[in-house]
Ligand binder design. Structure first.
Ligand SMILES: C[S@@+](CC[C@H](N)C(=O)[O-])C[C@H]1O[C@@H](n2cnc3c(N)ncnc32)[C@H](O)[C@@H]1O
Length: 330
């Protein structure tokens, strides 16, 4: 882990500062989950009533935003479900379980002991099932907090999802591209009703392909199973550095979709590009959405759209949906 990566302390005294691209990511997640609940639970005579949300790299759950606080992905997921439930206005139960995983004790402790209370969700930290009063009474929620590496916890999550049945959503938001194996993506995609939103660090892949870092070779081949993808000769032909950056960006995006479709068994794949202006309009990471269901894809497009700020046809062709910010830090 490099020193500029986000860090949380148990008491919330250390919180990372929120950055514009992270805010955009949070808004997409929140909007999408609300729309997902409205669409699957709130449509038809009797919609889907069981959901499992897994946040595989949960972080500490809270950021600093100037003098205020900014909620991280775990509280946002819970609140997005509540909002979807409210909007759906249904008279039958909705049963939701959240699993939050982080390798770092301090980060998970910050989430459980500090961020959940700050977000007004303290009652959910006891890992028991809860029902809210009044008009929310048909919604039952339960949170589980697991310390450990996602790769060591993925089988457990898949078993929970299998037992619970219903719809399953994985948010995978690691710091780099070496933390999630293609084996895990395949296993997750073998579930019948599942989708994944994965923060995929494409700029790290590009730097690896260019520099051929020896220490990451096995991660590229064995973890990502990307041999035969992101070809250096092709990239050289497209202008590896600053010439034709658009063609190179297109190639990297197409290769990423091809990789997750073919090796990850993802049926439908769509990307949202996070772009840094000072990096010559390179995408630093993609939010890759993998789903099985055409409706999920359409709902995701609808959630990307309000956050998308790529306007010219050129940008759109190169990056698809995306968010470009002047202040982009890693
Ligand atoms: C980018 S942060 C997550 C931010 C969070 N999703 C949000 O948007 O609020 C990544 C987190 O993953 C955790 N992490 C790093 N390696 C991990 C691993 N192998 N398994 C699970 N968590 C890991 C880090 O400790 C860090 O808290």
């Amino acid at each position: 882990m490099s020193s500029n990566q986000a860090k949380w302390s148990r008491d919330g005294n250390d919180l990372p500062n929120i950055e514009p691209h992270t805010q955009a990511k949070h808004q997409i997640i929140q909007e999408y989950i609300t729309n997902l609940i409205v669409t699957l639970y709130g449509t038809g005579k009797y919609g889907v009533t069981t959901f499992t949300f897994i946040d595989g790299f949960s972080g500490g759950g809270m950021y600093r935003d100037g003098d205020s606080l900014w909620e991280g992905s775990p509280p946002r997921m819970i609140k997005a479900v509540r909002e979807g439930y409210r909007q759906a206005k249904r008279a039958y139960p909705l049963d939701v379980q959240f699993i939050f995983i982080d390798e770092k004790h301090k980060h998970l402790n910050c989430l459980q002991d500090y961020a959940m209370a700050q977000a007004g969700l303290e009652e959910l930290t006891d890992e028991k099932e809860h029902k809210l009063p009044g008009e929310m009474a048909l919604l039952s929620e339960r949170c589980e907090f697991l310390q450990g590496k996602f790769e060591d916890r993925v089988d457990y999550c898949i078993n929970v999802a299998k037992e619970r049945k219903g719809h399953v959503f994985f948010l995978l938001d690691p710091f780099g591209w070496t933390y999630v194996s293609m084996t895990s993506i395949r296993k997750i995609n073998s579930l019948p009703k599942v989708e994944i939103l994965y923060t995929f660090m494409i700029d790290g892949i590009w730097r690896f392909v260019k520099e051929r870092y020896e220490n990451l070779k096995s991660a590229f081949q064995d973890v990502l199973e990307a041999d035969g993808y992101y070809d250096l000769d092709e990239l050289n032909g497209l202008g590896l550095d600053s010439i034709n950056p658009g063609d190179r960006q297109c190639y990297l995006r197409n290769e990423s979709m091809r990789l997750f479709r073919n090796r990850g068994n993802a049926e439908r794949v769509i990307t949202f590009s996070m772009i840094g202006k000072q990096f010559k309009d390179r995408a630093l990471y993609y939010l890759i959405h993998m789903s099985k269901n055409h409706r999920a894809l359409e709902v995701m497009k609808g959630s990307f759209w309000p956050i998308n700020n790529l306007q010219s046809q050129y940008y759109f062709e190169v990056h698809g949906y995306g968010f470009k910010t002047v202040n982009f830090y890693e």
